[in-house]
Design a protein around this ligand. Structure first.
Ligand SMILES: *[C@@H]1O[C@H](CO)[C@@H](O)[C@H](O)[C@H]1NC(C)=O
Ligand SMILES: *[C@@H]1O[C@H](CO)[C@@H](O)[C@H](O)[C@H]1NC(C)=O
Ligand SMILES: *[C@@H]1O[C@H](CO)[C@@H](O)[C@H](O)[C@H]1NC(C)=O
Ligand SMILES: *[C@@H]1O[C@H](CO)[C@@H](O)[C@H](O)[C@H]1NC(C)=O
Length: 449
């Protein structure tokens, strides 16, 4: 599925800046197709609810996956200290020491400091935790861009640019800073993609982490992911991929004075499994450090799906909100962009593109809780306490961690909204043209892997 291909993001952002829509133009949308798409999403949720319930109960009353439960019963700590005081000086050396086909939780206790390393965690090593202290964090930094030449003399591409690639399941990070500190590329410059973190395994959780970069910061590539209390910084398409992810209580920060695009979600009918994906932001805040305009997302995939709920949006969020990129008819291609009870000056939904939706309670429900990522079976509380003894001491013995304070049920997710106050998809008259200057300018650009 293209993990080895290059990703030239041919984004002529300068053209975009020059052609920003100055006002919104109303056009009629194809409401019929859109409505049926909405109801298909809800139907899907109803069908899956039985499945959610089953997963929540589990076969033995235990709610977490059996393999995970076993791993939590068998914990080992490796102390990593760049100053030399631990079992290992580099994260890479510690990872190398984890057995292939690992079955126990291995906690890398990362002492504060900068780890100048490019990290790859193979899928053969699940149940790994990177544990740091958010107040005095481990900073993992590297500075490759897509244009950096690899060992074979060819550009590493977007996938290869990442500072840290996590491909294994049941990964947890707490209080870690993942950084790509390549000089910020000119907006949309070819080869300027500089990924800080790429998450490819499933059932991964990130707590109090900072993911810091510019263009294409967080490659939320594939799998079920939970980001809680994190800060994510970037410029263009800085959260992208076809992960099925919940971002809760996160701060999403644009660092540019030109245009920032928060998401390029790649849900599509043409990659196996990708149709299950989508990014859900709950109780997040969107802000700008650079002062440039912010788009909530643009459609990398034909069925790109992004939801913002209870999210505070600063004034830089443009009124149209979203962009269809090179999707010719966003209103009927399967794109699902929605907002629910957001606040702040950038949250005014009246001028949003006509194919974005002001969600009702029922429409928002499937997305605004850990049930969206089947969290009951795998989300554990952040590893804030003392770690079990280092591997040089005795290992294991810690009791199985119980699941996180039970992920909220769909109906506790928010207070009910009365049917009549529930907004339905915006009427065509309040919609601005999806053919904004923005999408026109980006028509020929393609994000390829
Ligand atoms: C505990 O985990 C280690 C590391 O993966 C593994 O070698 C060992 O077999 C596990 N022990 C048990 C009792 O499962
Ligand atoms: C991951 O580990 C497996 C098993 O050791 C190995 O065959 C494979 O080459 C590794 N993948 C990468 C990308 O290093
Ligand atoms: C983790 O983040 C949350 C939300 O920002 C904060 O309340 C909490 O104090 C943080 N934890 C630590 C140890 O900093
Ligand atoms: C919303 O997020 C903020 C941190 O950004 C946190 O302090 C607050 O408790 C969260 N509220 C809810 C209801 O989770």
């Amino acid at each position: 599925m293209g993990r080895n291909m290059a990703l030239p993001l041919l984004l002529a952002l300068a053209a975009l800046v020059a052609s920003l829509p100055s006002g919104s133009v109303a056009t009629a949308g194809t409401a019929g197709a859109f409505d049926s798409w909405l109801s298909a999403n809800q139907k899907d949720f109803a069908i899956n609810q039985a499945l959610y319930a089953k997963k929540a109960v589990g076969d033995t009353g235990s709610t977490i996956d059996e393999s995970l439960s076993k791993a939590e019963d068998n914990k080992t700590t490796y102390v990593v200290d760049p100053k030399g005081g631990g079992d290992y000086k580099t994260i890479t050396a510690a990872i190398d020491a984890i057995p292939e086909g690992n079955t126990g939780r291995v906690i890398l206790d990362l002492k504060p400091g900068e780890y100048r390393e490019k990290i790859f965690l193979n899928l053969s090593k699940p149940y790994v935790t990177f544990k740091s202290d958010p107040k005095n964090p481990a900073i993992i930094a590297w500075s490759d861009t897509a244009a950096t030449l690899g060992k074979d003399g060819k550009p590493v591409g977007t996938v290869g640019s990442t500072t840290c690639a996590i491909e294994s399941d049941y990964f947890v990070a707490y209080g870690v800073v993942f950084k790509n500190d390549a000089p910020l590329a000119k907006p949309g410059a070819k080869g300027g993609q500089a990924v800080a973190l790429r998450t490819f395994g499933t059932k991964q959780a990130f707590y109090n982490c900072t993911i810091d970069g510019g263009q294409d910061t967080l490659y939320d590539h594939k799998g079920l992911h939970y980001f809680k209390d994190c800060v994510i910084k970037g410029s263009v398409d800085f959260i992208f991929g076809f992960g099925r992810s919940l971002y809760e209580n996160c701060r999403i920060v644009s660092i540019v004075k030109e245009i920032a695009v928060l998401t390029a979600q790649q849900r599509t009918k043409t990659i196996e499994g990708a149709i299950e994906s989508g990014f859900s932001f709950k109780n997040c805040s969107i802000m700008s450090e650079g002062g440039g305009d912010i788009y909530l997302g643009r459609a990398w995939g034909d069925s790109s799906r992004v939801i913002y709920a209870y999210t505070e949006m600063s004034k830089e969020v443009v009124p149209v909100g979203w962009d269809g990129w090179n999707i010719k008819q966003p209103e009927s291609s399967g794109i699902y962009y929605g907002e629910f009870k957001c606040s702040g000056p950038g949250s005014d939904a009246r001028k949003r593109v006509g194919w974005a939706v002001d969600l009702t309670e029922a429409q928002a429900k499937p997305f605004i809780g850990t049930h969206y990522i089947f969290g009951d079976s795998w989300i554990l509380p952040p590893p804030t306490g003392n770690s079990p003894p280092s591997k040089k001491g005795s290992s294991g013995g810690a009791p199985a961690t119980s699941p996180a304070s039970s992920p909220e049920s769909a109906d506790s997710a928010s207070s009910p909204e009365s049917a009549d106050s529930a907004a339905s998809p915006k009427s065509a008259s309040s919609a601005s043209s999806p053919k904004s200057a923005y999408s026109a300018a980006s028509k020929t650009k393609k994000k390829e892997l």
